[in-house]
Design a binder for this molecule. Structure first.
Ligand code: NAD
Length: 310
């Protein structure tokens, strides 16, 4: 794709790299906008499982309460038909106007993916869905940083229909504008981050909440349920910080924490013992059936729990 303002056409086909929690949702949302999507994961079978997840989870969303801020697609088979499982990265990006990377939150892994993408697709817009890494950290892994940017989606996408768009510092204005238009075309509310901000806008605020919630528990002042209960009553939300961390995935949370700690100037900003214990035990939250809570029926969703009536 020509990244000059004159040459920038609309984004047609999209490749999604990484078919985990975010990859399947980004692929489904993009396919629901009528675009062809290629989905690739390095783990054999993962992209196929992501497509199966679309078949199971999209109808469940569509038949759920109809107050979702972004209505999920009703013609699930039409969505699935537009998603092609790509066995290799080269196959995934062939002909793509936009590549969205959604692999694990680890700089070295992402840099390796972007170096490959740079080699395989000389023209596509290259976006990272990282929750905490600025695309500037990937800029020297590619030969044309003017086509690189952050496109930060949120999970679950139909409940949180928003997109943060951030430059790598060298992104061309046309690419930034195309990223924003792409987000809007998916039905998302977009916010362009001005300048460079680690954690963009809302994740920076959310990171401060996670850090303090984990500290309160690490220091023995409260258990996760106390924190969540008070939070939910105070802010009137359906879950608290620990319930939300379980939903994100505790391994992902630990990686994100580590990425902030790596650049923190605060010597007390250290890995949480509570979080580390759970991750080491393979209790990664909702996706493994146990984290701070047990799933599929976590305590915080049970009647009476909020008022401490159990
Ligand atoms: N989980 C969330 O709520 C959330 C929200 C917004 C952004 N993010 C970001 O999205 C990215 C993905 O997070 P996730 O929660 O989907 O993680 P995940 O662990 O559920 O999925 C990551 C997938 O990437 C695959 N993968 C790893 N290395 C790969 C490679 N080299 N090539 C291709 N595939 C590879 C893995 O096999 C896995 O299926 C992270 O950068 C995370 O920070 C996550």
């Amino acid at each position: 794709m020509d990244t000059s303002p004159e040459g920038m056409s609309e984004i047609g086909s999209v490749a999604v790299v990484g078919a985990g929690t975010m990859g399947w949702q980004i692929a489904a949302l993009t396919a629901a906008s009528g675009r062809a999507v290629a989905l690739h994961d390095a783990l054999p079978g993962a992209a196929e499982r992501a497509v199966e997840r679309m078949r199971v989870e999209l109808p469940a969303l569509a038949s759920g309460p109809d107050n979702l801020p972004l209505p999920p697609p009703t013609d699930v088979e039409a969505v699935v038909r537009r998603v092609r499982v790509a066995p290799t990265l080269a196959d995934a990006v062939a002909g793509a106007d936009l590549v969205i990377e959604a692999v694990r939150e680890e700089l070295a892994t992402k840099r390796a993916v972007f170096a490959e993408l740079d080699r395989l697709t000389p023209r596509a817009i290259l976006a990272t869905n990282s929750s905490s890494l600025p695309s500037a950290a990937l800029a020297d892994a590619v030969s044309g940083p003017e086509r690189l940017l952050n496109l930060h989606f949120f999970s679950p996408v139909w409940l949180r229909p928003m997109l943060e768009v951030m430059s790598c510092g060298q992104t061309s204005p046309a690419v930034l504008a195309a990223g924003e238009r792409f987000g809007r075309s998916l039905g998302l509310v977009t916010a362009v981050v001005r300048g460079q901000s680690k954690g963009f806008i809302i994740n920076r605020v959310w990171r401060a909440v996670k850090r303090e919630a984990l500290r309160v528990v690490d220091e023995g002042h409260a258990d996760p349920e106390d924190v969540d209960r008070l939070w939910m009553l105070f802010f009137g939300t359906p879950s608290g910080p620990f319930g939300l961390m379980d939903m994100v995935g505790l391994d992902v949370v630990a990686d994100i924490e580590a990425s902030y700690q790596a650049v923190s100037l605060d010597p007390t900003d250290r890995p949480s013992a509570t979080l580390g214990r759970l991750v080491n035990a393979g209790k990664l939250g909702e996706k493994t059936g146990e984290g701070f809570y047990h799933y599929p029926n976590p305590a915080f969703r049970r009647p009476g729990w909020l008022r401490g009536e159990e």
